[in-house]
Design a protein around this ligand. Structure first.
Ligand SMILES: Cc1cc2nc3c(=O)[nH]c(=O)nc-3n(C[C@H](O)[C@H](O)[C@H](O)COP(=O)(O)OP(=O)(O)OC[C@H]3O[C@@H](n4cnc5c(N)ncnc54)[C@H](O)[C@@H]3O)c2cc1C
Length: 573
């Protein structure tokens, strides 16, 4: 990766996976010039990849073979038996290099719940705020018209990762905000202030018209500057190996060696003298550990893998968010549909972006977001435990797009607004298991829409979105549903539409979940120090450690977690 020096076989720390979490952990550890750090990434560099730099075109990266791991779920009963792609970045920066750039931190209540579930108050909202500030360079929008669109008091301004609003005068902002007021959705001044319920401006990891990712902020450039930090690209880790033991050795296994297939296809090994940190993401992390002999005993034995440690919780407790896109036609002629269908116009915008990093390609089509809850008196809440973190924590999310963002191909004419409607507090768990015939490609079962609660929330959210789109502010734009709106009055018909049109989420967590230090054996995988329980020399830092899916797009919470983990490791905790 641009380094002239020869690779060494021994590093103090080896970080597996240069994604959202791994890039931060490796970079932060290498701030100590007295230690050597190797970051091993399975995908290619992010540098020079236009689709990973230009915000508007990010969906082109999805399932691009080169930049996605091309995972697929097993058939999902909740999606009427359909399978769905499970997108994960295969590129330096990981999913932060291909994702939609929405930057959320999750509500304060979710972090406080994290502290309570792990028995460690250092995960509480008040205690993670220093990591947020350390991570973030919030860009104040120009002009007083944005003064109420964010709260400067809750932001950091000197960190590596840029966070910004879309500073344009799009027609859609006025009806989006006014309609909320008209139907009683409260205004939340800053989605990242700890209380996101209501409507607020979205914040994005975009810097001067370009994507700001874990790679651009923490690795590009820095690995060249620091002689103690090396990055290996296009290198897929196949296994981690413990130090060999004699018959008289006792105590836990000590993992020291990382085995990977290099860019030329040869198997190589490197040794970590201090620790190996696994940051391969919610799917690849459990798969890697299972290939290495850690995981549920029966699963490993069925795949003829020698069991080094029975870890029943590994790969279990996968939790994600899912939902659907509902589209309305509008009579504005200034939607982004014209960018998608008029190549001459697109090329003009691309030229502007190439020359000045300005214009419509610096945004993603989204501007505001709504976080809501089912009504407090909803009958279902008397029959199940509310899976959210309490009354200030949402159940669903709705975010409007200034274009056709449905799952089917856009029509050749017309202008559209899409409501993306997602469950945010689910009570369903799925799993990731080993695929004996293709161990690099795990069996993914998110169990989408697997409970009455999930269906209730999505029904409620779809109806809320429809009520919102009937508000006077949208009527002025002649907003008209392009789906059969009579289904809104009929639970069975609405459920059928939900089952046939919902898609999987991209916010999976929980496959190596964190628990308290002294939890009952087998209930979790890592402790609050990120160490894999029952072995030495091994930590996990990525979305797989979250015990529940937060009310957020998960990149932001992952950044916070990675900053905290780096601090914990540096302090030798
Ligand atoms: C299409 C898409 C859109 C999304 N949109 C948003 C959004 O707008 N906002 C938001 O907050 N969140 C979004 N998310 C979710 C968010 O990006 C992820 O939750 C988060 O980035 C995951 O971070 P991670 O570090 O756990 O994993 P990743 O960032 O996926 O990193 C894992 C890294 O490990 C590497 N790796 C895996 N296996 C191996 C191996 N065997 N050897 C070496 N390297 C390996 C991968 O290539 C990757 O670089 C989106 C995700 C996707 C995929």
């Amino acid at each position: 990766f641009g380094l002239p020096r020869a690779p060494s076989d021994v590093y103090d720390y080896i970080v597996v996976g240069g994604g959202s979490a791994g890039s931060i952990v490796a970079s932060r550890l290498s701030e100590n010039r007295g230690v050597s750090v190797l970051l091993i990434e399975g995908g290619p560099s992010n540098e020079g990849i236009t689709d990973a730099i230009t915000p508007y075109v990010y969906p082109r990266l999805y399932q691009s073979m080169a930049y996605d791991w091309n995972f697929t779920t097993v058939p999902q009963p909740g999606l009427n038996g359909r399978t769905t792609a499970y997108l994960r970045g295969h590129i330096l920066g990981g999913s932060s290099s291909i994702n939609g750039m929405t930057l959320n931190r999750a509500p304060a209540a979710d972090w406080d719940r994290m502290a309570s579930l792990t028995g460690d108050q250092s995960f509480s909202w008040n205690n993670v705020i220093p990591y947020i500030r350390k991570n973030e360079a919030f860009k104040r929008p120009e002009g007083s018209r944005f003064d109420n669109a964010y709260d400067p008091a809750v932001h950091g301004f000197k960190g590596p990762l840029c966070n910004s609003l879309i500073e344009d005068d799009s027609w859609i902002t006025e009806p989006t905000l006014t309609a909320a007021e008209e139907v009683g959705i409260p205004y939340s001044r800053d989605v990242n202030g700890g209380q996101p319920l209501g409507i607020s401006w979205q914040q994005f990891s975009v810097k001067n018209g370009e994507r700001s990712s874990a790679a651009t902020a923490f690795v590009n450039g820095q690995s060249r500057a620091r002689r103690n930090f090396r990055v290996l690209l296009n290198s897929k880790v196949s296994r981690i190996l413990p130090r060999p033991r004699s018959n008289t050795t006792s105590g836990p296994l000590h993992f020291t060696t990382v085995e990977y297939r290099d860019a030329n296809g040869s198997i190589q090994t490197v040794v970590a003298s201090r620790e190996i940190i696994i940051s391969a993401g919610v799917m690849a992390t459990p798969a890697l550990l299972m290939r290495s002999g850690l995981g549920p005993r029966a699963q490993l034995q069925a795949a003829n893998i020698t069991v080094l440690l029975d870890v029943p919780a590994l790969g279990q407790y996968l939790q994600d968010r899912c939902g659907l896109s509902a589209v309305w036609s509008v009579n504005s002629t200034d939607t982004d549909d014209q960018i998608d269908r008029n190549s001459t116009y697109f090329n003009e915008l691309l030229q502007e972006w190439n020359e000045h990093r300005t214009g419509r390609l610096t945004q993603t089509g989204y501007r505001q977001m709504i976080w809501g809850r089912v009504p407090d008196d909803a009958p279902i809440l008397s029959t199940i435990d509310d899976p959210s973190s309490g009354p200030t924590s949402p159940h669903y999310e709705i975010f409007p797009a200034n274009k056709w963002a449905g799952t089917s191909a856009p029509p050749a004419t017309g202008n559209f607004v899409t409501m993306n409607i997602l469950i945010s507090a689910s009570n369903v768990h799925g799993s990731v298991t080993l695929n004996a015939s293709n161990p690099m490609n795990p069996v993914i079962n998110p169990n989408y829409l697997g409970s009455d609660w999930d269906m209730y929330v999505l029904r409620t959210a779809v109806r809320k979105a429809a009520e919102y789109m009937r508000a006077p502010a949208w009527r002025r734009w002649n907003a008209t549903p392009v789906f059969d709106s009579s289904i809104l009055d009929n639970d069975a018909a609405l459920d059928e539409w939900i089952h046939t049109s919902s898609y999987g989420g991209v916010h999976g967590v929980g496959t190596a979940r964190m628990g308290p230090p002294n939890s009952p054996s087998g209930t979790d995988v890592v402790g609050p120090d990120f160490r894999v329980k029952g072995v030495r020399g091994l930590r996990i830092v990525d979305t797989s450690v979250f015990p529940f899916v937060m009310n957020a797009h998960m990149m932001g919470p992952t950044y916070i977690m990675a900053e905290k983990a780096a601090d914990v490791i540096k302090r030798g905790l």
